[in-house]
Design a protein around this ligand. Structure first.
Ligand SMILES: [Zn+2]
Length: 297
């Protein structure tokens, strides 16, 4: 595997961005950086940590298509899993896989899998101790693997970790194209304006594999649906198919009605403030549109 470059942060920085206890290393947690910028590679992420620029987060390893940087000793309790003093932060090692658009996505994931396998062996762990960030907290991370980008799903990733070579995808894409266009909701380019209209519903229907008509049918008339469509919208009662699919996705009772409880679950799923309100425009809809465009919803 590629060489691990050790660039351990100073004690002063470590004391600001870790819990300071001893990590027993019971798990390995996989993340993807969420940063598609050119140059947002392992070296840049390591530098960010060395400079103390990432005040609210910390992670042990950054890996890209060429190299691995280690920023914290394995025993550090870094802040990466959004679970407070839960097992993600206090008992696992964080591996951040870079998704910079000027890197080779598949190679970076393969290097990530190799690093995970190396860490499992080093700490005497089996592959069932590999976790997604999402297993600790309902954040969509590692987003691209979760979305099966470039044909690499989570189970493919685990197979890579086990040393099984995954089959080549039928179509390979390169450069910045791969970030926005190669996912299950291929071809979606919504305005990220935070306003949930027919085109957003259409994209959501496509992503959730429900009939595509751009109409959020079956809504009870209430403040939420009026906020979405205005008072003149047509609603036919009886619950909406796409809302039910959405509810199952975000883990709330699937009654087909887009009420405050569902909005709150959607906000939790997307990591935006949870107030159960769907204003127009709204932060949660913006994030949903962004993810629908990226194919990472
Ligand atoms: Zn993460």
């Amino acid at each position: 595997m590629v060489k691990i470059k050790r660039q351990i942060v100073s004690k002063a920085i470590e004391s600001k961005v870790t819990y300071g206890g001893k990590n027993p290393v019971n798990y390995i947690t996989v993340h993807q950086t969420g940063n598609t910028s050119r140059g947002a590679n392992a070296k840049m992420h390591a530098k960010l940590q060395s400079n103390g620029n990432s005040r609210a987060a910390s992670w042990h390893y950054s890996v890209d298509d060429k190299e691995v940087y280690q920023s914290f000793e394995d025993t550090a309790q870094c802040w990466h899993s959004s679970d407070g003093k839960g097992p993600g932060n206090t008992q696992s090692i964080a591996v951040e896989i870079c998704i910079n658009s000027d890197g080779n996505y598949r190679k970076a994931v393969e290097n990530g899998a190799e690093l995970v396998r190396y860490l499992l062996d080093k700490h005497g762990l089996s592959v069932d101790k590999v976790r997604q960030h999402h297993d600790w907290y309902p954040k969509n991370c590692p987003a691209q693997i979760r979305a099966g980008k470039d044909g690499i799903t989570w189970s493919d990733f685990l197979n890579m970790v086990k040393g099984v070579k995954v089959s080549k995808p039928k179509e390979t894409q390169t450069g910045s194209e791969q970030i926005t266009k190669s996912s299950p909701s291929n071809g979606v380019s919504l305005d990220v304006d935070g306003k949930w209209g027919n085109s957003t519903t259409r994209a959501l229907q496509k992503a959730l594999n429900t009939p595509i008509d751009g109409i959020l049918s079956g809504q009870n008339r209430n403040s939420v649906t009026n906020a979405l469509y205005g008072n003149t919208a047509r609603f036919d009662g009886g619950g909406s198919v796409v809302v039910r699919a959405l509810q199952r996705k975000v883990g709330v009772r699937d009654d087909g009605v887009l009420g405050p409880e569902t909005v709150r679950a959607l906000q939790r799923y997307l990591g935006t403030p949870q107030d159960g309100v769907l204003s127009r425009p709204s932060t949660v809809v913006k994030e949903m549109q962004r993810r629908l465009n990226a194919g990472t919803f």
